[in-house]
Design a protein around this ligand. Sequence first.
Ligand code: SF4
Length: 364
Amino acid sequence: MSQALYVHVPFCRSICFYCDFCHVGYNKQVVDAWLSALAKQLKQTNIEAAKIDTIYLGGGTPNCLDADQLELLLQLLRPYSQHVKEYTIEINAEAMDESKYQLLKKYGINRVSIGLEATDGNMLKLLNRKASFEDVKECIYSFIAVGIDNISVDLLYSLPFQTTADFMRDIDLTVSLPIKHVSIYALTIEENTFFGRQGFKPQDDETEADMYLQAIAKLEAAGFKQYEISNFAKEGYQSLHNLHYWHFDDFYGIGPGASGKLDHRLYDNVKDVKAYIQDPLKQDFICFKDKEEEMFEHIMMNLRLIDGIDATAFKERYDVDIFDHYHDVIDQLKEKNLLKQEGNYLRCTKEGFPLLNTILTYFL
Ligand code: SF4
């Protein structure tokens, strides 16, 4: 079975006011030490390079590394990128320059995920985002110019002071760009962020749901088909890497704060960057209590997809017929019009999709 490789680059040049991801401010010496630790973890992890079909460089801001460091990172990953179908890097537009476009192309990057988050200048200032809509647009055209046209853009919604009309404007401007994929995420405010400390709040549930439903309609009308709760793609441009997660396939996680899944076990790398530099092999393993727990996790990931659960794949993996095993639960949810069976697939109905968390409690 093919596998995915995720590499976490935890550095950012500036910190967004809502961000709770694993990140630290860029520092050249720390990045150099992190690269050495990363090389050590890659070497000690028995990655079957021939099986890797997707690589994802996430962050943080992977392109905030200087060009030499970025090249070293891409060189470290070269042995694993020989057979990949999809090689993604997350970037922020303000950290790109001419040499980096060429570099990414040279090392086989063929997909880019750009953080836009909002299009209005005042909103970007509120979020402490540095690239304007025009900067992102210019960046997209520069990628296309070097031959990388599989481009995704991230947007946030349910932001403080944001109206549904504001978010619809974000969607309109985003779909006017020459891109293949859009991800939309509702803002959650964590206590340990600047927003959390300042007491900022997202929109109420009703406004948030309205924003989400209107966004789906607009994106679909513009040719971006929804294939996952938060993800929309032009025909043939679904994220192959993220599909590995949603199909609950195995994947390697390299770098501080990265998670992985191998041989029926999940693992988390140490999150603290200094601790990772000292010992990049330190990991916490999380074993499933039993097969039931593993199957629940599988259902949880699969139901995020519009396609839902493939009963044949489920049977192959667990030797369990999902329709038999959960028939009581499935009947109840079908009666409530939250789940439906279509051929060999069990999937959420349109009404069930926004209530996924409720649906999952039935399977617990
Ligand atoms: S660039 Fe991304 S990872 Fe860095 S602070 Fe902003 S949201 Fe967080």
